[in-house]
Design a protein around this ligand. Structure first.
Ligand SMILES: C[S@@+](CC[C@H](N)C(=O)[O-])C[C@H]1O[C@@H](n2cnc3c(N)ncnc32)[C@H](O)[C@@H]1O
Length: 220
């Protein structure tokens, strides 16, 4: 019988708690961002560290719907190797690692430059009982993902600084195979990335799903 780790009571409780924490952070988030030129900072290739430093107490997770979609896509593609850009408190990592568990095992490499967030993600993944599937690389993804990647990658989730989506994908692209998925959350903030994924029609099939999730499948 197929297992569904996401239905484990301790994981349901943990995800509920993390989403409640996210809900209660919205007012503080609005206060922090009210004075900022958010659209410019979100796409900046130079000021992302400062922006995320201001947001280091905020969970900023994928939505529940996107979380379930991540789980379903990772399961239905039988993913065994996953790369994630942007760990935060580990919500998306929990959905993806749960899929790996139910696929029979595998490895997710995820990366986060805020040390406190990396620690919180580790604690959450320990609580979820999924830490054995996860490698958390602490530091800027441009460095932490520059080497030591698995030979083949089945699924990539881009959910860090929006201005870097194209650069991070380049680090992993040679390891994708036909059928590999690249999922980019909040991709409406990076029109250049979306344009590049849709314009090379021999390389990728790419569409927007669930509002702001750009989903691209490697063709060749
Ligand atoms: C939207 S949140 C990720 C949410 C997470 N995927 C989840 O669902 O819980 C983006 C995270 O990426 C981190 N980040 C942004 N740019 C980064 C970079 N260049 N290297 C490492 N981490 C980065 C931020 O600190 C922030 O915690």
């Amino acid at each position: 019988m197929a297992t569904n780790t996401l239905r484990s009571p301790h994981i349901l409780r943990l995800l509920d708690r993390l989403f409640v924490e996210d809900d209660s952070s919205h007012a503080a988030m609005q206060q922090v961002t009210a004075q900022l030129d958010l659209p410019r900072l979100m796409t900046s290739k130079t000021q992302y560290r400062a922006l995320y430093g201001l947001l280091k107490q905020m969970p900023l997770p994928v939505s529940r719907e996107t979380g379930y979609l991540l789980y379903m896509l990772a399961r239905s593609t039988h993913a065994r190797t996953i790369l994630e850009f942007g760990t935060s408190f580990g919500v998306s990592t929990i959905y993806l690692a749960a899929a790996l568990r139910d696929n029979g095992g595998g490895r997710i490499i995820t990366t986060e430059f805020e040390p406190e967030k990396a620690e919180r993600a580790r604690a959450n993944l320990i609580e979820a009982g999924l830490i054995d599937l996860v490698e958390i690389r602490e530091g800027d993804a441009l460095q932490t993902l520059a080497d030591g990647l698995p030979e083949s990658i089945d699924l990539v989730l881009l959910d860090g600084a929006k201005g870097l989506y194209g650069d991070i994908l380049k680090l992993a692209e040679a390891r994708l195979h036909p059928g590999s998925l690249v999922l980019a959350d909040d991709a409406h903030h990076c029109p250049e990335y979306v344009h590049s994924m849709r314009s090379d029609t021999l390389k990728y099939l790419s569409i927007a799903l669930a509002g702001n999730l750009e989903i691209s499948m490697k063709l060749e």
